[in-house]
Each structure stands twice: as C-alpha cells, then as structure tokens.
Design a protein around this ligand. Structure first.
Ligand code: CA
Length: 220
C-alpha cells in the first residue's frame, strides 16, 4: 500500500512518514504542491493532504492530481479551515481530520478509507487474483470455482496477506456469529478444501501456510 503525504510542516510530515511506515505502509512525502506534482502520481492508494500549503490550497492540488489518476484523499485541516472541508468533500475527499489530531485516530481513518476503496479492487497474490465485485477467483487466468465459504475465506486471507491469522480471527471474520456454533475443525477442513483448489500441491502449500500452533499466513 502506497500513501502520498503532502504536508509542509516538517515535523508533522516526518511523524506521518514514521507512523505509517510502522503500520507497514510505503510512503512518498512532499512538502509543497509543486513537490507533490513532481513526486506523486505513481499509483498511490491514498493521499493525505494538508489544506494549507505554502504554494496554494491542498484542495486545488487534489483537483489537479485527480485529473491524472483516480485516488482517494484524506485532508488535514486547521480549525479555521473547516469551511474549506465542504468544498473538499464536493471535490471527492473521503475524510478529514482537524489539527491537532491523534495519530491513532488518523491511522484508523486511513484504514477505513483504504478498506472502503479496496472494495472493488482486484486483489492479487502470485498468480491468484480475486475480483470482489464479481466474486470470482482466477489462477493464472483460469477461473477457480469455490463455494461461498471457500471464497469468503480466501478473500479474508488475501486482504490480510503476510499476517498471521489465528483460528479465532478466521472464525470471527469469515463465520461471524455463526462461528460460535461451528465444529472444532471447521476452519482447518475449509482451509484444506481451499488448498486443493488453489495450490499446485495441497500437501506443500505455497499460498496458505501453517504457522505452527498459531494459525495461518497467506503470502507468496
Ligand atoms: Ca500547512
């Protein structure tokens, strides 16, 4: 995930870079609109834009950037700039926070915006691709036919690649409230069925691996 940061306050810019980096995001940082126009536009998944930039208004900058690529934005605003936010929303802003803000809150909002925008985006892992808007999965271009549960399980794994997911995480997110009533080996049985469909060799899985005693991790 690549996030563009456009903020002229040097300390804040750096703090954002560090905090986002810690969460596993890649960042590209700019301090002015001019710098942003030069550095951004390389497939960022989200922009965090300060409204008050030294060489113009962050909303105007966003209008310009959106002409070249479609990217969601979250704005940072000072309290007296709040009226600008109405305009920002008209321009397609997804959210905003008022300075000074808590980094934790900002990170949460970033996560929400990203999840919202990921809704229809194709998710990839190796030769596997999952198309959420069509509920379809392809392996090397060939469709893989999955049951509804297998699909939901795979989608959960693919949206959380490289994270260790416990059986409890999986039950809660894939089976939801029904999770309380499923039999003990439901997760492992469904994982194994899924492996038979997506792995070249289900006995030596390369996509969904066991993390001994903890759960599973999906990655290449
Ligand atoms: Ca500023």
């Amino acid at each position: 995930m690549l996030i563009g940061i456009i903020e002229d306050d040097k300390l804040l810019n750096h703090a954002l870079e560090l905090a986002l980096g810690k969460e596993g995001y890649h960042t590209v940082c700019a301090r002015t609109g001019k710098e942003a126009r030069r550095l951004l536009g390389r497939g960022e998944d989200l922009l965090v834009i300060d409204i008050g930039l030294p060489d113009g208004n962050g909303i105007g900058l966003y209008q310009d950037l959106r002409r070249t690529y479609n990217v969601p934005a979250l704005f940072l605003t000072a309290r007296d700039e709040e009226s600008d936010m109405l305009r920002a929303f008209e321009e397609g802003a997804q959210d905003y926070v008022v300075k000074p803000f808590s980094m934790k809150v900002l990170l949460k909002r970033i996560e929400v915006v990203l999840n919202r925008n990921m809704g229809g985006k194709v998710i990839k892992c190796g030769v596997l691709s999952l198309h959420p808007e069509r509920n379809q999965v392809f392996s090397d271009g060939k469709e893989v036919i999955l049951t509804a549960k297998e699909y939901q399980l795979l989608e959960y794994f693919m949206r959380n690649q490289n994270q260790v997911l416990t059986k409890e995480n999986i039950l809660e997110n894939v089976w939801g409230v029904d999770g309380e009533f499923v039999v003990d080996n439901t997760v492992s049985v469904t994982v194994n069925r899924l492996r038979k469909k997506i792995e070249a060799n289900a006995k030596q899985p390369v996509y969904i691996r066991n993390v001994f005693g903890i759960g599973y991790r999906m990655g290449e």
